[in-house]
Design a protein around this ligand. Structure first.
Ligand code: T5A
Length: 213
């Protein structure tokens, strides 16, 4: 059986990942692929419990090291419990965020050393996505969108704008360093244009995979 492929969606706050996720899932299903959708932090009972802790504004004293370790604790569980078994079954896995988010938020945002994150990656989650769609939007625009949904800001959404500028810069650096894996989507555009660009990127990737099987 052919191993499945691992696709991720990344971006700053309010970039539109959750909105676009359904577009990607639907497109893959139209291509006749079995798709498993998940998210980080979360995606398992343990990971969702970790998510509740890391995003709870009550834990404002959480230090950067604890935050980084919790992200990887949830990731280790997700890889073993969901992602690896699904890929081995030949399913395609679509995740709302993965390790790139740790480089962007804990590395760029919190200033944790890249090498420390790389060590954790080597230890618990060597798996690299086959394709990553980075929804790139100016910080103020993304935060305005996220704010327009209403509801209280979570612990990370409560960060200042310069934190999210560093997150965005780290994402863009990663995309520039790995152009074969990343597709950068202009997420400042109207939603229909973002969805069209997303579909085009997914179609192109599926074509490439089909040519090689
Ligand atoms: N995190 C995660 C880390 O710090 N380290 C890690 O390793 C990992 C894995 C997770 C948080 O954890 C952090 C990052 C996050 O802070 P999350 O739910 O994945 O939380 O991330 P959020 O960024 O908080 O998700 P959001 O729901 O805020 O953003 P989305 O999903 O990008 O945005 P979405 O789709 O909900 O859209 C926001 C609003 O904008 C509208 C939508 O309709 C919606 O109302 N919208 C548009 N409007 C106009 N034009 C467009 N193109 C639009 N696209 C969307």
């Amino acid at each position: 059986m052919t191993r499945g492929r691992f696709l991720t969606l990344e971006g700053g706050e309010g970039a539109g990942k959750s909105t676009v996720l359904e577009t990607v899932r639907a497109r893959l299903a139209e291509c006749g692929l079995d798709v498993v959708v998940t998210r980080e932090p979360g995606g398992t009972a343990f990971g969702e419990a970790v998510r509740a802790i890391v995003l709870d504004p009550a834990h404002r004293a959480m230090c950067a090291e604890s935050e980084l370790l919790l992200m990887f604790a949830a990731r280790a569980q997700l890889v073993r419990e969901v992602i690896e078994p699904a890929l081995a079954r030949g399913h395609w896995v679509l995740s709302d965020r993965f390790t790139d988010a740790s480089y962007a938020y804990q590395g760029g945002g919190r200033g944790q050393p890249q090498e420390r994150i790389a060590d954790l990656e080597r230890w618990v989650a060597t798996l690299r996505p086959d394709l990553t769609l980075l929804l790139d939007v100016p910080v103020t625009q993304g935060l305005a969108r996220a704010g327009s949904r209403g509801g209280a800001a979570d612990r990370i959404e409560g960060e200042k704008e310069d934190f999210f500028e560093r997150v965005r810069a780290a994402y863009r650096q990663r995309a520039a360093a790995e152009p074969a894996r990343f597709r950068v989507i202009d997420a400042a555009a109207p939603l229909d244009a973002v969805q069209a660009a997303t579909r085009a990127a997914v179609d192109a990737y599926v074509d490439t995979v089909e040519k090689h099987v």
